[in-house]
Design a protein around this ligand. Sequence first.
Ligand SMILES: Nc1ncnc2c1ncn2[C@@H]1O[C@H](COP(=O)(O)OP(=O)(O)O)[C@@H](O)[C@H]1O
Ligand SMILES: [Mg+2]
Length: 222
Amino acid sequence: MLTVKNLTKSFTDASGVVTALKDVSLTVKTGEFASIIGKSGSGKSTLLSMLGALDIPTSGSIEVDGVDIAKLSASQQTAYRAKKIGFVFQYYNLIPNLTALENVTLALEFGGMPASKRKARAEQLLDSVGLTAKEQLRKPSRLSGGQQQRVSIARALANQPAIVLADEPTGNLDSETGKKIFDLLHKLSRSENTTILAVTHDMDIAGKTDRTFKLKDGKIVA
Ligand SMILES: Nc1ncnc2c1ncn2[C@@H]1O[C@H](COP(=O)(O)OP(=O)(O)O)[C@@H](O)[C@H]1O
Ligand SMILES: [Mg+2]
């Protein structure tokens, strides 16, 4: 269970204070697939980075399975990210000179899996996102955008995170491929009982998730 209460995040820069999130409260149940929609600048990425402990809230609380992650020390936050969170980004963020398989085994290495077990687990993960054995041995530049995003999903799931945070995972894909990627995330949230929060601009896609949060000027409006 993920419970956000009265979350506010302000940034101070040369032009003054920008409040990116204003008193946001929401709850997502374990295993739920939630989408976040809203115009550019409405606070979607800021919300995901708070949930992923990539940045610290100005005020409010974020409870994940009863622990307030806003109150963790820096090293506890690092451990939380490594153990509990999987990230999926718009531009995949794969390591270009590693194959698909190596990108996933590297994540398993960071997660502490013994070397002898990594290859089989990486192959199983890449099988589950629909990459053939041949494709698994290709570097990202030799895979399509949709295939690269499948690899990044396999990587995000590598260490069995409780929560997957996906920031516009289909923003760089055609709408057909984007729908397939969301179907895949949906299937995985069911089979792994993983909570997923995904930002999207596609209302068709958002409509198929368990729940949709709409942000406007840093506030939840629906
Ligand atoms: N690091 C930062 N420093 C200053 N302002 C920021 C920073 N990150 C985000 N913002 C501002 O916060 C608001 C929300 O941004 P963001 O969460 O990226 O929106 P979205 O992902 O919905 O497009 C914007 O006005 C943006 O300019
Ligand atoms: Mg954004």
